[in-house]
Each structure stands twice: as structure tokens, then as C-alpha cells.
Design a protein around this ligand. Structure first.
Ligand code: ARG
Length: 245
């Protein structure tokens, strides 16, 4: 009887290993929480998540001998996924902020950008000062959201699940402008008629990868790889592929 039980146990264990039972961690896989609604950093192309963040992280993985597994979720959940360790990393055009530093550790920055202001072409808003008294569309829980909420108050802000939905509202006249990361703003304007970005923008923000506080081993590894990829021009080349100046 004992023997049968132990054979059964071995079989169950083998089946588990085979099927990666209950989401058991594969040591060579880095799961990446991302919100694939953010071209050119992460977006869908033929059912596949592509973009700057994916390519940079793939280059990092190649250096540290790991494979990347992106997991799409709303931006709202991305930082929490890293904070709790549900995902190994969060990479999603995430700006380093003091608040977020209380929740996660950040790698060194891999790029920077500023929040841009998208408006309807030839409309009433031409400078940042014109935003006063207007309805502003943002992606929920982004730095754009926090900045305009601080500056213009809660009532001035309409929060959307993603930038594309905020831009839909701008086109329908439900909001007067959309505040979103610069390159994403360019992509949204390029794929929607009748919109433009005004010259005024917000201050520069730095993007980094977020990890659970205690996962310093992986943090060090990723930082080492990022340093090399920044120094040898790989990251610049990836940027150039997606961003035309
Ligand atoms: N940089 C902004 C932030 O950190 C927006 C990021 C949104 N990312 C996304 N994939 N939708 O809050």
C-alpha cells in the first residue's frame, strides 16, 4: 500500500512539474506586468505584444539568460503586480515617482519623456494656461492623472482605462484635451484625424522597471544589463526603430 502511495505521489509530482503545477515559478522566465495600450512602448500587433519596452526587456533577458513572458493587464494593476511579486517585473512606460518608490524598487532609468497635451486642431487651447476651467482626459493612475489633478482639481479630470478611450472622448467633445506621455501622444495623434499636440508640455519624467522590494538580486542583474545596453547604443537603436524625430 505504502509503495502504491509513493508511486502515485511521484506520478503527481512529475505531472505537476510537466504542467508547471499551480503556476510554479520557472526560474528562467521573467514575467512582465504591462498594459499593452501604450504605443510605441507596448501595444498589440497581430495578437502579439510588441514595442520599445518589450524589445528592451528582451535584450536584457538575452544578457542575463532568461526568457520574457509579458502579461497584459490594465495600467491600474501593473505596479501592484510587481509590488506583490505576482509578476517578476512591471515595465509599462512607468515613470519613477516618490510615491511609487514606497511600493516598489526601480531600476536605473532607461529613457525619459514629458507629458504632452493633445487638443482638437485649431481649438481654444493653445497653451497650458488655457487648461484652466477645462475638462482634461487622462489614463487612470498615471502621472498625467496625478499632475493635472494636483494642478486643476479632481472635478477637472476625466479618467479613462487607456489613452485611446480618452482620445475618443476628446473627439466626441466630452473632454477638452488629453494629457498623456509624449511619444504616446504622438502615436495617438498620428492615428486620429483632426488632433494636435500643443507646444507646452510638462516636466521630464524618467521611465524605469519596477520590482518587488525584496527582489534585489534580479534588480542588480537587470541594472547591469541596462547599463551595458545604454552604453553600447542598443537602447538608442530600439528607440530609433519606433520613434521618428
Ligand atoms: N508614464 C506614466 C506613468 O508612469 C504613464 C504610463 C502608462 N503606461 C501604460 N502602459 N499605459 O504613470
Amino acid at each position: 500500500m505504502k509503495k502504491i502511495i509513493s508511486i502515485a505521489l511521484v506520478l503527481v509530482m512529475a505531472a505537476c512539474m510537466f504542467a508547471s503545477c499551480g503556476g510554479a515559478k520557472d526560474d528562467n522566465v521573467i514575467t512582465m506586468a504591462t498594459s499593452a495600450d501604450f504605443p510605441p512602448y507596448e501595444y498589440y500587433e497581430n495578437d502579439k505584444i510588441v514595442g520599445i519596452d518589450i524589445e528592451i526587456m528582451e535584450a536584457v533577458c538575452a544578457k542575463i539568460g532568461m526568457t520574457l513572458q509579458p502579461e497584459d493587464m490594465s495600467f491600474d494593476s501593473v505596479i501592484g503586480a510587481a509590488q506583490t511579486g505576482k509578476a517578476d517585473i512591471a515595465m509599462s512606460g512607468i515613470t519613477i515617482t516618490e510615491d511609487r518608490k514606497n511600493m516598489v524598487n526601480f531600476t536605473i532609468p532607461y529613457t525619459s519623456t514629458a507629458q504632452s497635451i493633445i487638443v482638437v486642431k485649431d481649438g481654444a487651447i493653445t497653451t497650458k494656461a488655457d487648461l484652466e476651467g477645462k475638462k482634461i482626459g487622462v489614463q487612470i493612475n498615471t502621472t498625467g492623472d496625478t499632475q493635472v489633478t494636483e494642478e486643476f482639481g479632481d472635478e477637472a479630470v476625466d479618467r479613462y482605462q487607456n489613452g485611446a478611450l480618452a482620445v475618443e472622448s476628446l473627439k466626441n467633445g466630452k473632454v477638452d484635451c488629453v494629457v498623456i506621455d509624449g511619444e504616446v501622444a504622438k502615436a495617438l495623434v498620428a492615428s486620429n484625424e483632426g488632433l494636435e499636440i500643443i507646444a507646452d508640455a510638462y516636466s521630464i519624467e524618467e521611465y524605469a522597471i519596477a520590482l518587488k522590494k525584496d527582489n534585489t538580486e534580479l534588480l542588480e542583474k537587470i541594472n547591469g544589463a541596462l547599463e551595458e545596453l545604454l552604453a553600447d547604443g542598443t537602447i538608442d537603436a530600439i528607440m530609433d526603430k519606433y520613434i521618428e524625430e
